[in-house]
Design a protein. Structure first.
Length: 202
C-alpha cells in the first residue's frame, strides 16, 4: 500500500508543516534511509519496540514509517504527558529505541538513561535521505504493529496492541465512512501526533 501510493503520487505533497513540505517520493527516501539507520546503528529488528515521543513533526512521521517497515512495534506516546505518565508507558513498553524531540525527552528525566535514544533536534541527519535503502521483512496481517495508549485522564495511561491488518482495515473504513475523505482531499489535523487521531489519521 505504501509503495503503491508513492508510485501513484510521487511528486504530490504528502506532508505540510509550516514552511516544510515533503512529497511522497521524498518521504519514501527519508523512510528508507531512517529504517537503514535504525537497523544498522541501533540494531532494530522485527518484533522490537520503538517508542516515539515528540511534537508534531516530519521526523515523527518518518520514524513511524521507518520502524513499522522494519516490523518493529511502535509505541506512540502522547507529547502532552507528564514525566509520571511517560515513565509509566516506557516501563510498560520497554522499548529498544526511543526517538523524540529534546523538550519531551528531557521531560522524561533520568529514565532516558536506561534506553537507546535518538533526538530529532540533535540528530537531524538521522532522518534525512542518505541514499541508503533497506530490505524489509514480510509482515502478516496479525503481526503486532502498534501500542496505543489512552490519555490517562481517568488514571494511568492504558496500552493496547493493534495488529497490522486490523489497524489498516479500521483506518481505511473510517476515513471514508466517518470522515468522507476521498483520494484528492487534503486532511488538516491539529491533534497531537502522539494521540490516535493524530498519528493514525495523519
Amino acid at each position: 500500500m505504501f509503495n503503491a501510493n508513492i508510485a501513484k503520487w510521487a511528486s504530490r505533497e504528502f506532508l505540510v508543516l509550516g514552511d516544510r513540505r515533503i512529497t511522497y517520493e521524498e518521504l519514501k527516501s527519508c523512510v528508507e534511509s531512517t529504517a537503514y539507520s535504525m537497523q544498522t546503528q541501533c540494531g532494530i529488528k522485527q518484533g522490537d519496540r520503538v517508542a516515539i515521543l515528540g511534537a508534531n513533526s516530519p521526523e515523527w512521521v518518518i520514524s513511524f514509517f521507518a520502524a513499522t517497515h522494519l516490523g518493529a512495534i511502535v509505541a506512540a506516546l502522547n507529547g502532552w504527558w507528564t514525566e509520571t505518565e511517560i515513565r509509566h508507558a516506557l516501563e510498560l513498553t520497554d522499548p529498544s529505541l526511543v526517538v523524540g524531540d529534546s523538550r519531551r525527552l528531557a521531560r522524561a528525566g533520568s529514565l532516558m538513561d536506561n534506553f537507546q535514544v535518538i533526538d530529532f533536534d540533535q540528530n537531524p541527519l538521522f532522518f534525512e535521505n542518505s541514499g541508503n535503502e533497506q530490505e524489509y521483512p514480510d509482515l502478516n496481517e496479525d503481526d503486532p504493529a502498534l501500542i496505543l495508549y489512552t490519555s490517562g485522564t481517568t488514571g494511568i495511561p492504558k496500552g493496547i496492541v493493534r495488529d497490522v491488518g486490523g489497524h489498516i482495515v479500521a483506518l481505511k473504513w473510517t476515513m471514508k465512512n466517518i470522515y468522507n475523505i476521498d483520494e484528492n482531499d487534503v486532511w488538516w489535523s491539529a491533534s497531537d501526533i502522539g494521540w490516535i487521531v493524530g498519528h493514525s489519521y495523519i
